[in-house]
Design a protein around this ligand. Structure first.
Ligand code: SF4
Length: 269
């Protein structure tokens, strides 16, 4: 009996990791609406300043990669639906101008826009926690989804408004990362230009702050850039680095809190 061939799971780990690293999203230097929605100004500022990102894990970012694949599937489905209808109900992956600035501006591609209902549609491919949160009965609509997702949806609405449309609604479709499509839920609220304008003004303020703070000469000044550590913000932050103060090498984010929790768990065990 000869040995089995080498593991394909192992081979694909490297192949997928390298594929992800080569994609435009991974090497982009400009910001998009998804980044503008975060409540952490420091994360936006570090992206704008071009700080080196933490070395990626030697594992493929499996959840975001599945999200990308699902987006491609939904795009194909909407295109087919338009073809079946013989008209354009859906605008798909429309390039939108969100804000202009001396850095070149903020642009983004909206997942979809339903012309029949003047509605932004944004796909999110999520697990059970986000699905459960979105279904809560006793929570105001605005708090059922993350601020980042909500702001992003309104920024797309703003982009469509700038393109001459009259968005009335924004909708996040939370597609279930499960075996059953019917586990999916959706979240909808009226389009509110103020939410988008507030995010854009905050972005302009961060640009001004970066101009005023000599962080390159004095990296310790990163500590005065407002931050908002949280699981939502820090989990995928490319600057999160365990320990030490915020400086030109990264930001500890919520890692201290996580370590504290782990220590508490060990003590309790
Ligand atoms: S690690 Fe967290 S607190 Fe620090 S910049 Fe990133 S998101 Fe903000």
């Amino acid at each position: 009996m000869t040995d089995q061939p080498p593991s394909t799971v192992e081979t694909m780990r490297d192949v997928l990791t390298e594929l992800d690293a080569s994609r435009p999203r991974s090497i982009q230097t400009t910001l998009g609406p998804s980044e503008l929605g975060t409540t952490c100004s420091r994360q936006i500022a570090m992206k704008l300043a071009g700080l080196p990102r933490q070395l990626p894990d030697k594992r493929p970012p499996w959840a975001p990669m599945q999200g990308t694949a699902i987006h491609a599937l939904m795009e194909e489905a909407l295109q087919r639906h338009n073809d079946q209808l013989g008209r354009q109900r859906w605008l798909i992956e429309e390039r939108l101008e969100i804000a202009l600035d001396y850095e070149g501006g903020i642009y983004g591609h909206g997942d979809a826009y339903d012309l029949d209902h003047d509605m932004v549609v944004d796909w999110k491919y999520v697990g059970t926690t986000a699905l459960r949160k979105a279904k809560r009965q006793s929570v105001p609509t605005a708090e059922l989804v993350s601020t980042t997702y909500r702001t992003q949806a309104h920024l797309y609405g703003y982009g469509h408004w700038k393109a001459g449309r009259e968005p009335k609604w924004v909708r996040l479709v939370l597609l279930a990362r499960s075996h059953d499509y019917d586990d999916s839920v959706e979240w909808t609220e009226p389009y509110d230009k103020n939410i988008a304008v507030e995010a854009i003004n905050r972005y302009y303020n961060i640009l001004e702050l970066l101009k005023a703070l000599p962080v390159q000469d004095n990296p310790a000044l990163w500590g005065v850039v407002p931050s908002a550590p949280s699981d939502d913000n820090c989990a995928w932050c490319p600057f999160r680095r365990i320990g030490g103060p915020a400086d030109g090498t990264g930001c500890p984010g919520n890692t201290e809190a996580k370590i504290d929790k782990q220590v508490a768990g060990l003590i309790a065990a």
